[in-house]
Design a protein around this ligand. Structure first.
Ligand code: FES
Ligand SMILES: [Fe+2]
Length: 453
């Protein structure tokens, strides 16, 4: 029997013993509550029935909201213009974000799409028999789940006459049927297995099937500019697989920056005790974060170390300790230890330990356009951690990340930054990250790509 099952059994037995011991008291309470309830009922008969109905509705609404806050996962999606842009009080933020994207000096950036595994969808976003159109890494993709439950990714544009298989395509068994003339492609290898109006299916009738892996309740896709097969796999989190860590919510942000800016943040140790110190109640707007009272009254304090792993070339590891300091004293119960494994260019697995329980943030970064990234954080936690607490953690993490986003959305990329001794890990990180680019990795072409959002 697993540890979790035995601890649940123990809790249940304890509960039954407590109920048995308290049963005489419960009987007395029953008599008492009957008399109170009778009194309430007689009083309610004198209240206007409309008022009573309104009150019940209100109470129902409040209880429903409370139930959602306490027990349902947090789902927070922020659009690009909703984070990191400042209003001028005249124009909509969307217009301001687009203008900044256009006039931005992006700098001497590395290639825009690195090689590796990328998050495509969360498993729960793709039902059996469902197909979705996804645009990422400069590719147009149709993602579908066959009737055997397996997810597949193929090129969205049908090789016959170019219809989009992700828009109106139909899942037939473990194949995808084009909505235009009905050609049917196998998810596994992209081979066309049926042309409804032709006896023969020629060998050249096929589309590209992308390497696809579904673990950690996530659908991942392998991208390589040279067409190389996967050389590593994303971490498999056993606690998610076994169900001992359960899903408590996710946040999604759009970032207007080169993809490397984000993981590089993990090696930029010195920014932690500057940008991320003020309490989260001061929000994510950097104009209000650097307040003098924070250092005296309350602030976050960080210590961290990043290093590439020798035996797993694609992994860089960050050890991070967070403390909360109130009037100069660290509050031990708010200490938070994180081990973050950066696996490849776009995935980070952040395992945390706290006095409330353990868990993980699945961080993913997927390029939507050369300078537009979708960043997701999914949190899974042990049963000991109440859902509202896991949601609070996720929310606090989002506020901290939004401070970074305000920087990323406006900064330029410096290929030769001015680094002092304490910044040396950034250089090390850039050397490590360069392994994810190859000869044909796409570079930014202003002519080809639109910067309108
Ligand atoms: S375009 Fe797909 S079958 Fe014709
Ligand atoms: Fe940061």
């Amino acid at each position: 029997m697993s540890t979790m099952a035995s601890s649940k059994l123990l809790c249940l037995s304890f509960f039954l013993v407590v109920v048995a011991a308290a049963s005489p008291m419960l009987l007395k309470f029953h008599d008492f509550s009957n008399s109170v309830w009778g009194e309430i009922r007689s009083k309610m008969q004198t209240v206007n029935p409309w008022l009573l109905a309104l009150g019940s509705l209100l109470l129902g609404y409040v209880l429903w909201k409370l139930w959602r806050i306490l027990f349902l996962p947090l789902e927070m999606k922020r659009q690009l213009h909703e984070t990191g842009y400042l209003s001028d009080g005249k124009r909509p933020l969307k217009e301001i974000a687009n203008e900044i994207r256009k006039r931005r000096q992006c700098g001497d950036i590395p290639p825009v799409y690195p090689n590796g595994w990328f998050h495509v969808l969360a498993s729960r976003e793709l039902a059996v028999g469902e197909v979705k159109y996804v645009s990422m890494l400069g590719e147009q993709l149709a993602v579908f789940r066959g009737t055997d439950g397996k997810a597949h990714i193929v090129n969205a544009y049908c090789p016959h006459l170019g219809a989009n298989l992700g828009i109106g395509g139909k899942v037939v068994g473990n194949c995808l049927q084009c909505p235009f003339h009905g050609w049917t492609f196998r998810g596994e290898d992209g081979k066309c297995i049926k042309i409804p109006y032709s006896d023969k299916v020629p060998d050249f009738a096929k589309t590209k099937a992308w390497p696809c892996l579904e673990v950690n309740c996530t659908i991942y896709m392998w991208y390589h500019a040279e067409g190389t097969e996967p050389t590593w796999t994303p971490d498999i989190i056993d606690e998610i697989k076994s169900g001992s860590w359960t899903y408590r919510g996710c946040t999604q942000h759009s970032i207007n920056a080169h993809i490397e800016e984000v993981p590089e943040n993990g090696s930029d140790i010195t920014h932690l005790n500057h940008l991320h110190t003020s309490p989260v109640i001061t929000g994510a707007d950097l104009r209000y974060n650097f307040l003098d009272w924070c250092q005296v009254v309350a602030h976050h304090s960080w210590s961290a170390q990043w290093e590439p792993l020798e035996d797993e070339k694609h992994v860089g590891q960050l050890q991070l300790t967070h403390s909360f300091v109130l009037f100069g004293y660290k509050i031990p119960s708010l200490d938070f230890h994180v081990t973050a494994r950066q696996a490849g260019p776009g995935l980070v697995f952040l395992k945390f330990k706290s006095i409330f329980g353990d868990g993980i943030f699945l961080h993913s970064l997927t390029p939507k356009e050369p300078l537009l990234q979708t960043m997701c954080h999914h949190i899974y936690a042990s049963w000991t951690m109440p859902t509202f607490l896991a949601k609070l953690l996720l929310y606090v993490e989002a506020i901290q990340v939004e401070r970074d986003i305000m920087i990323w959305n406006h900064k330029t990329y410096l290929s030769s930054p001015l680094l002092v001794k304490e910044d040396q890990l950034i250089k090390k990180h850039r050397r490590w990250y360069s392994q994810f680019f190859s000869e044909n990795s796409p570079r930014l072409s202003m002519k080809k790509e639109t910067l309108d959002w």
